[in-house]
Design a protein. Structure first.
Length: 115
């Protein structure tokens, strides 16, 4: 089992920045990739970014160039740096850990972009 605890959400003005964190514990050695997703009210969960065990990153077109996924292996923590935030980025943000097809999810963190 992998447990994921998120932090860092909140209210930010358009054009601002936020950094989300996701601390992993448990069977970390079995994780093959970690990622970030979001879900806005009335919409399906949307994939944003992934970082593999080898460090390869991929991004959805909607966030490419604005969001950066990274990790600190010493702290067992995944990050999502979000810059140039827009109102349409408002959503609940969730981190994910993939253990060869077995998913674990964080509790979710609300990000609201509003003036």
């Amino acid at each position: 089992q992998v447990q994921l605890v998120e932090s860092g959400g909140g209210l930010v003005q358009p054009g601002g920045s936020l950094r989300l964190s996701c601390e992993a514990s448990g069977s970390i050695f079995a994780i093959t990739a970690m990622g970030w997703y979001r879900q806005a009210p009335g919409k399906q969960r949307e994939w944003l970014a992934t970082i593999t065990k080898g460090g390869t990153t991929n991004y959805a077109d909607s966030v490419k160039g604005r969001f950066t996924i990274s990790r600190d292996n010493a702290k067992n923590t995944l990050y999502l740096q979000m810059n140039s935030l827009k109102a349409e980025d408002t959503a609940g943000y969730y981190c994910n850990a993939d253990r060869s097809g077995v998913d674990s999810w964080g509790q979710g963190n609300q990000v609201t972009v509003s003036s």
